[in-house]
Design a protein around this ligand. Structure first.
Ligand code: SF4
Ligand code: SF4
Length: 255
């Protein structure tokens, strides 16, 4: 509507159309910042008026509220991310909001410089958060499904303490080589292909690929209980490849 009506808004804007604001993933926003965008604006339909039964605009709102707290956690000004809800006929409102957001982002300065964070350090921080997105979504899944009706509740959905804790207590998973019996259950169920193993070989987790979903922890049969959780501390290194073969017990050989 803003374009059809020839309304003016900030020329620094780059528009990306999506079918629904709920399609804008946390990763898209962080990648935009990683690629040097100084601000990200998400426009969605009015809350409660989503065309889809999924109510994607509530997802967009919750994702933005979470992302703003994550931005604070890594030292970025959360004002660089904004979400607004309006209808296709709200061209004037859209142009006003974009003008206002453009001014705000200009006042904040280039990403990172405005916050006095070294560019390389900032990239490392953003990449670390991107890697943890699946984990963050699992931990915050209930809140991410909220339908907040009052703006007064927005600030309380995610708290800074909660987000600091989320990052300091990141859970990692490790397969205890003494307990693994190479049954292969975890390998078959891992959604990230992060488990390395074969018949009669102790399985190990590739921590670079692991998305910390905890499926292996749940899947390992209780009689083995080989998958261990590590919260907020590094996991031990994997057992060397040449030591992974499981030697069966015999009368003369007791493993
Ligand atoms: S936690 Fe386990 S199942 Fe989940 S990605 Fe990591 S290794 Fe795979
Ligand atoms: S499910 Fe448990 S015992 Fe089976 S391969 Fe995985 S870690 Fe080993």
């Amino acid at each position: 509507m803003a374009g059809v009506s020839r309304l003016q808004y900030t020329t620094e804007t780059r528009l990306i159309r999506v079918m629904c604001s709920g399609r804008v993933d946390l990763e898209f926003v962080l990648r935009a910042f990683l690629n040097g965008m100084d601000g990200v604006f998400i426009g969605g339909c009015h809350l409660g008026e989503c065309n889809y039964i999924t109510h994607g605009n509530y997802h967009a709102l919750n994702m933005v509220l979470l992302c703003r707290k994550i931005m604070e956690h890594i030292g970025l000004n959360p004002e660089r991310l904004r979400v607004e809800f309006m209808s296709a006929g709200d061209g004037i409102l859209f142009a006003e909001v974009m003008g206002d957001f453009g001014k705000k982002v200009k006042a904040l300065g280039p990403l990172g410089k405005g916050e006095d964070i070294d560019q390389d350090e900032l990239k490392v921080k953003i990449k670390e958060v991107i890697k943890l997105i699946p984990y963050i979504k699992i931990v915050e899944r209930e809140k991410l499904a909220s339908h907040l009706e009052n703006k007064e509740d927005y600030d309380e959905l995610f708290t800074s303490d909660e987000i600091d804790r989320l990052f300091s207590e990141v859970t990692s998973y490790y397969i205890d080589p003494e307990k693994c019996r190479a049954c292969g259950t975890c390998l078959r169920k891992c959604p990230a292909d992060a488990i390395i193993g074969a018949k009669k070989q102790i399985h190990v987790i590739d921590q670079e690929k692991c998305i910390k979903c905890g499926t292996c922890f749940e899947a390992c049969p209780p009689k083995f209980g080989a998958v261990t959780k590590y919260s907020g501390e590094p996991v031990p290194p994997p057992i060397p490849e040449e030591e992974r073969t499981i030697v069966k017990k015999t009368k003369n050989n007791k493993e």
